[in-house]
Ligand binder design. Sequence first.
Ligand code: PMP
Length: 384
Amino acid sequence: MDMKLMTPGPTPLPPQVIDVMGRQVLHHRTKEYGEAFDRLCKGLKYVFASDYPVITFTASGTGGMEAAVVNCFSPGDKVLMISSGVFGDRFADICLSMGLDVDKMDVSWGKAVQPEEVKSRLNSGVKGVILTHNETSTGVRNDIAAVGEALEGTDILYVVDAVSSLGGMEVRPEEWNIDVVVTSSQKALMCPPGLTFLCVSPRAVEAAKRNKASFRHYWDFRKAIDFMDRELPETPFTPAVNLVMASSQAISLIMEEGIERVWERHSRMGEMAREGVKAMGLSLFAEEASASDTLTAIRVPEGIKASDIRKHMEQRHGIIIAGGNKSLKGKIIRIAHMGYIFEEDVLRALNALEDALVSCGYGLEKGRALETARQVWDMRREKI
Ligand code: PMP
């Protein structure tokens, strides 16, 4: 059976990316590698829709989050940390372990932060605001543009975790006043895990230069930028060479499709998933106005076990989805539709979910979900 990973990372790889991963390794100080890394650096600017430099570190997304904190802030600095789920909480933990003074703003899980509330919480001591764009644990999209607008004209550094959105949902660092956007390779960017990418504004680079109090070595933006500014860009330390080549290949596929069309495909898949799920009589976990395009979180109906649904979908249909994290374990299931995933895959996942629910004794009208999702697809089909 053809298995399909519809989890929020890792995500399936395009065949062209698999091909690159299997190639002989290059030395990272050669011209051939430098040219490939140069293509990646330029491609990253395209997917981040920004002219700012994009730093690559060999690490998972969490490493990128720590890199943002240790470069932009020093121990004792006050940051407003907005959290509406597991990944916001993780960012808060990172800030606390780096000795920052964390003002944690907890938003109910399933809801998005209200930009006016962020504004009212700002005071003269705040040096940074940190926000998760797409809270993967709940399927909520925060309005990072509106929060950026609230920060306009201030000296506050604005850091955004776009790990599960970048490449699938619109992000515009310059227009939205974002100083650091963090993402990683294994989600909408269609690459295996192992690289984290940070798009850094001139203000963030300046902050890293001024920052004498924070301890850092591997994560130092200053070193990373110096090495990137060479005739052909390099990294200070040995990079995950094959992942760099693979990411460059994956990004060239995004460039072929066009980033705006990629965002539109994700938005279409999100709507298909939500409408299909509702047609089964299920409820979404995230408030609908703030629902993510890359991931749909669904409440598990009373009396049914999340693990039974997932097992059935995997064993009978080859569709692998995620369960809930932390306090949401057993309460929700999460279907990701990001990266190398297309409308047909969403239909396949809905069909598998419907079948799993029926096998668990849940009453529904068979076929309605698929028909509804197909109608959404038809309505939103690209007119070429
Ligand atoms: N932030 C978000 C929003 C995420 O979805 C994830 C990964 N699920 C992370 C951070 C952490 O990334 P990683 O697992 O690559 O360290």
